[in-house]
Design a protein around this ligand. Structure first.
Ligand code: 5GP
Ligand code: ZN
Length: 115
C-alpha cells in the first residue's frame, strides 16, 4: 500500500531520489535531506503507515525489522560510541512527514532533553 501524495512513498518507489543505504523486503533507510548530526538517517516501512499511532499487531514484524535495520546501520555507519532512534508523532511531537519513520542520529554527542 502506498499514498501517491506521500514523499516517503515516492522515495520508496524510487520516484524521487534519495541516498538509500539499506533496503529489505519491508524497510528502507536513506539519509535525511536536512541532517541534524553527522549521521542522520531515516528508517521507514516501505508500506505507507502514517505514524506510530496507526501501528497495530499486524505491524509487529515490520517494527522489528526497523529496529534490526538500525542496529545493522549503526555498525555500517561506525557509530561505535552510541546513537539515537526517535520517532516524532503528530503536530506536538514535531512530525512533518506523515509516513512512519525513525530518525537515526549519531556521530556527535546527543543532548537531553531534546527541544
Ligand atoms: P519529521 O519532522 O516528520 O519527524 O521528519 C521528517 C524528516 O524528513 C525531516 O528531518 C526532513 O529533513 C526529512 N525530509 C523531508 N523531505 C525529504 C526528502 O524529500 N528527502 C529526504 N531525504 N528527507 C526528507
Ligand atoms: Zn507514505
Amino acid at each position: 500500500m502506498s499514498d501517491t501524495a506521500c514523499v516517503f512513498c515516492k522515495i520508496a518507489s524510487r520516484e524521487i531520489p534519495a541516498e538509500i543505504l539499506h533496503v529489505t523486503e519491508t524497510v528502507m533507510a536513506f539519509r535525511d535531506l536536512n541532517p541534524q548530526a553527522p549521521t542522520h538517517l531515516l528508517l521507514i516501512p516501505r508500506e505507507h503507515i502514517e505514524s506510530l499511532e496507526q501501528v497495530t499487531d499486524a505491524h509487529a514484524g515490520v517494527l522489528a525489522d526497523l529496529v534490526q535495520a538500525a542496529t545493522h546501520l549503526a555498525k555500517t555507519e561506525g557509530l561505535d560510541e552510541g546513537w539515537r532512534l526517535v520517532s516524532n508523532v503528530g503536530p506536538a511531537g514535531g512530525q512533518t512527514v506523515y509516513h512512519l519513520h525513525f530518525h537515526m542520529l549519531g556521530g556527535r554527542q546527543m543532548t537531553w532533553p531534546p527541544g
